[in-house]
Design a protein around this ligand. Structure first.
Ligand code: ADE
Length: 348
């Protein structure tokens, strides 16, 4: 038996009974795949069941509010997935007449749907001949074929995708893809794979050459840290606003920025009134709240928005380092690009 047949035969005997596998509904498959991004099956399962019960169709999902979605999403992390899903569900209603697309070319246009997810939905729902490559598939291919190209390099991604495409059973793409993922998840596990009972024991390169613990190869990348800030544009009637010099132990050392609050997570859209009592003698009026923007630094990703407050100078409790500066003096202070862009309409 060749690799493909051996794989399918293993899959039919060992597959788990997972709820999204009993359906070809592209909406439900999409739901499961987004939930399972960066999430283990056991952890994602209750969320899938909750979501599919609360929103049995894409129309139900699209009419939910962001608050409802994020409440159900609570505990899963990476909340942008939940927000992107709402965007996508609404786009399906407007651009696809409420029918969740099953063609790869349509799926890839949806927010939060990348190559892997588009291939998964297209093949599981409609048997489109698109090979999936996720962590499980990288591992299986690297070990079985003895490929040491780093899986997170550009070259590696190309090479593994080409191999998966070549290997794909084009007449049975959905089941083949499921089998590749399941084999990586249950049999060819990252640690302590079950080589002794593996159907590929006599043909696996890594087993034969004792490289199970070496393959797949992954390039070490520096961890990019994500940080979340709210910047306060506090101005008075005399065309002045408050800036402060940043200290030397952090990003933008010595540059000037705005009074700010750093948050531990992304949920920063609501101003924090706790700080208001420390900063202001009376509760200030917020005149504008900006959308969040993303700003990329070498080793950090900054997410930030601004809160605009108009207030009399004598109602501000000046904090260490804060200074009032005339709008027309702002150009004399060095600022990070992010802050400069926030203040563009004032600086000139
Ligand atoms: N992980 C991501 N997608 C999956 C799927 N369809 N089946 C099992 N595990 C998965």
């Amino acid at each position: 038996m060749g690799f493909k047949n051996e794989l399918i035969s293993w899959y039919r005997n060992h597959k788990r009974d997972l709820p999204w596998r009993n359906s070809t509904d592209a909406y439900l498959i999409w739901l499961s795949e987004i939930i399972l991004q960066q999430t283990r099956v056991e952890q994602g399962m209750p969320y899938f069941l909750r979501f599919s019960e609360a929103y049995p169709t894409v129309k139900d999902f699209a009419t939910a509010s962001e608050d409802e979605i994020l409440r159900l999403w609570q505990g899963l992390g990476y909340y942008s997935r939940g927000r992107n899903m709402l965007k996508t569900a609404r786009k399906v209603m407007t651009d696809f007449d409420g029918t969740f697309p099953t063609a790869y070319a349509d799926l890839i246009t949806l927010t939060g749907v990348g190559e892997y997810t588009a291939s998964a939905i297209a093949s599981f729902s409609n048997n489109e001949a698109k090979a999936v490559v996720d962590g499980n598939v990288y591992r299986l291919l690297a070990r079985y074929f003895g490929i040491s190209t780093p899986i997170n390099s550009t070259q590696g991604k190309k090479e593994f995708q080409a191999l998966a495409d070549e290997l794909l059973n084009k007449k049975n793409a959905g089941e083949h893809n499921q089998a590749m993922i399941e084999f990586g998840a249950l049999q060819c596990k990252p640690k302590n794979p079950n080589c002794e009972v593996c159907p590929f024991i006599s043909s696996c390169f890594a087993y034969k050459h004792m490289q199970i613990n070496v393959l797949p190869v992954k390039l070490k990348t520096l961890k990019i840290k994500e940080r979340y800030f709210q910047f306060y544009i506090i101005s008075n009637k005399k065309n002045q606003l408050i800036i402060k010099r940043r200290n030397n132990a952090d990003i933008w050392a010595g540059l000037y920025d705005l009074p700010s609050i750093e948050f531990e997570n992304a949920e920063l859209s609501i101003p924090k009134p706790d700080n208001f009592t420390n900063w202001f003698k009376q509760t200030p009026i917020i005149s504008a709240v900006s959308d969040q923007v993303k700003h990329i630094l070498t080793h950090q990703r900054i997410f930030a928005n601004t809160i605009e407050i108009d207030i009399n100078a004598h109602d501000v409790i000046m904090q260490e380092g804060w200074i009032w500066v005339d709008f027309n003096e702002l150009k004399n202070y060095g600022m990070p690009k992010l802050i400069f862009d926030f203040l563009k309409k004032i600086i000139n």
